[in-house]
Ligand binder design. Structure first.
Ligand code: ZN
Length: 228
């Protein structure tokens, strides 16, 4: 059935076909209550890890140097491809001084039908949930850093600023991702300067060849390009 409903003027949400009021449920946010997903009071979004994550992370709690941290991000990206659970991107967040692993992330866009779930975004969400704060530089917290197997896209670079991490280390570059037709969005040299001016250190091309090999693996497996 063709969707003929118009977006709600206040929320911009578009109802599914033929909204139908449910007797007795009344109005919510000025909209007619319907029997579809617009039943907003019941709406939740769940973000979780694929089953293999414990096998990759293992029992290691402390990572001694940048190479070890990046190898974890790359291992996550590779496992995501090998298990068919998402795009070839992995990320991890550490306490900078102690090297303690706080959270990991892997691209989950296709698995969870959510365009925002890039590896870095999942890592931010999980880390913030774990420390119990919406910023990883909240008072009393140690300095946190993000390791990501590929250069962040526009969304993730923006989220980096709000996340509270003070250091970003990436492996493969945007040219490597765009060779697979992954689009990185509006990221400019000025974008990086903006972050650096706010005290965020950027480290580029660490173990780039190892990170790029996972992109090539994804291409060899004809993995889905979901935003290009
Ligand atoms: Zn991203």
């Amino acid at each position: 059935m063709r969707d003929t409903t118009r977006p709600d003027r206040r929320t911009g949400w578009r109802a599914g076909p033929r909204p139908r009021a449910i007797p007795g449920e009344g109005a919510l946010f000025g909209m007619r209550q319907t029997d579809n997903e617009l039943r907003l009071g019941a709406a939740t979004v769940q973000v979780d890890y694929p089953a293999w994550v414990a096998d990759v992370v293992g029992g290691t709690a402390v990572y001694r140097d940048d190479a070890a941290k990046m190898r974890l991000a790359i291992a996550l990206s590779r496992a995501n491809v090998e298990h068919g659970t998402g795009g070839p991107f992995g990320a991890a967040i550490f306490e900078k001084e102690s090297g303690r692993l706080v959270a990991v992330g892997m691209n989950s866009v296709v698995r969870l039908n959510n365009s925002t779930l890039h590896g870095e975004m999942v890592a931010f969400m999980m880390a913030q949930r774990r420390v119990g704060a919406f910023s990883l530089s909240a008072p009393g917290l140690p300095v946190h850093e993000l390791f990501t197997s590929c250069e962040p896209c526009a969304m993730c670079l923006g989220a980096t600023l709000w996340s509270g991490v003070k250091r970003v280390v990436y492996g493969a570059g945007r040219e490597d991702a765009s060779r697979l037709q992954f689009e990185e969005g509006p990221v400019f040299p000025a974008s990086y300067r903006y972050l650096e001016d706010r005290g965020i250190e950027i480290v580029r091309d660490l173990l780039r060849d190892e990170a790029r090999a996972v992109l090539e693996l994804y291409r060899a497996k004809n993995g889905k390009i979901y935003n290009g």
